[in-house]
Design a binder for this molecule. Structure first.
Ligand SMILES: Cc1ncc(COP(=O)(O)O)c(C=O)c1O
Length: 338
């Protein structure tokens, strides 16, 4: 990034379509990592972060009154984005007993018939759930049957542990006919503040997104596009190191929470631990107690949708010694009230 910033030619207005080098680097990454073949000309568009893409896709694809199936709990823009577009987000509960997957058969026919977009995200924020079965194949079939565009938010595919490798939605046969994927460099390369991502997959959907964007932003800073190329083309050693660090922190936190009797999954992906609150507490009351009495900030699960009630989300993005201290303070709190 420093080298590219020093070049005058990276400071002009970029094209919304992105530099050919950027589009080729994204396609190359998808080929090497997922075995997914993307045409850099028509199936890759730069995004100013996944958040921008998700918000704008609603404006590009929805008409007022359309229904959007939003993973619940889920990244909040899956519901606020449709509202801004005049559409109706309908929560699609991620069922704990199904490994925090949606029960597609439970979606009422009337809702499915009006649905235009389905938002999915695995590895999942906030539950940490990953895909280890044929969910994506069932989603493709559902999308075909109901004429729904699937938007798979792939922000965490590279943040995985215990030898688990996350798939791309686009690996699924037929996926590119019904959907797209939003890829982000934020978490994988610690580039959160730089705003770099890409939308990939179905060319018709990408064209609609691009058409909207040409009227809203003027593309991604070209020095950043080249920095993204360097990250995507690198040997990914830094990503492996970072995952090992997150896995250690996850183990520390999960062990401490389980020792207290809290019901918590050890996630195979993402930077979050999703824990059930103790009996008698709500998401909000437990989060507030942790803040007031232990001086530890966690996110109340209900902030991610109605199905997040009864859980809190903890983040692994704090240094080890702070995380150890947080675990110790939570332990003290729960011990004192046991
Ligand atoms: C599921 C999910 N999608 C998207 C984003 C946003 O990513 P970006 O920084 O690329 O906008 C986040 C960030 O927390 C996220 O958790």
């Amino acid at each position: 990034m420093q080298e590219q910033c020093a070049r005058p030619d990276t400071h002009q207005y970029p094209s919304n379509r992105g530099r050919p080098s950027f589009r080729r680097a994204v396609a190359g990454f998808y080929e090497r990592r997922f075995g997914v073949d993307l045409d850099p000309e028509t199936e890759v568009i730069p995004a100013l972060g996944a958040k921008e893409a998700i918000a704008n896709l609603n404006l590009a694809l929805l008409d007022p009154g359309d229904v959007v199936l939003a993973s619940d709990p889920g990244y909040p823009v899956y519901t606020t984005g449709p509202i801004i577009a005049g559409a109706e987000p309908v929560p699609m509960p991620l069922v704990p007993e199904l490994g925090f997957q949606p029960d597609l058969d439970a979606i009422p026919a009337g809702v499915a018939g009006r649905a235009r977009i389905m938002y999915l995200n695995y590895p999942n924020n906030p539950t940490g759930a990953v895909i280890e079965d044929d969910l994506f194949a069932r989603v493709v079939e559902f999308a075909r049957r109901n004429d729904v565009i699937v938007v798979h938010d792939n922000a965490y595919s590279e943040i995985t542990f215990d030898g688990y490798t996350a798939p791309s939605f686009l690996e699924t046969p037929g996926a590119a006919d019904v959907g797209i994927e939003v890829f982000s460099l934020s978490k994988t390369y610690n580039m959160t503040g730089w705003r770099a991502g890409a939308v990939v997959g179905n060319a018709d959907v990408l064209r609609a997104y691009w058409q909207l964007k040409t009227n809203i932003d003027s593309g991604m800073f070209e020095a950043l596009q080249e920095a993204a190329v360097a990250a995507l083309d690198s040997d990914q050693a830094t990503v492996a190191e970072m995952c090992a660090l997150y896995a250690r922190r996850r183990d520390t936190l999960v062990e401490a929470l389980r020792a207290l009797g809290l019901d918590v999954n050890s996630p195979k992906g993402t930077i979050y631990v999703w824990a059930r609150v103790p009996a008698g507490e709500s998401s909000a009351s437990f989060a507030e107690r942790l803040l007031e009495e232990a001086r530890v900030v966690v996110s109340p699960g209900a902030a991610y949708g109605p199905s997040g009630e009864g859980f809190v989300r903890m983040s692994l993005t704090v240094p080890d010694d702070r995380l150890d201290e947080a675990a110790e303070r939570i332990a003290g709190l729960v011990r004192s009230t046991a």
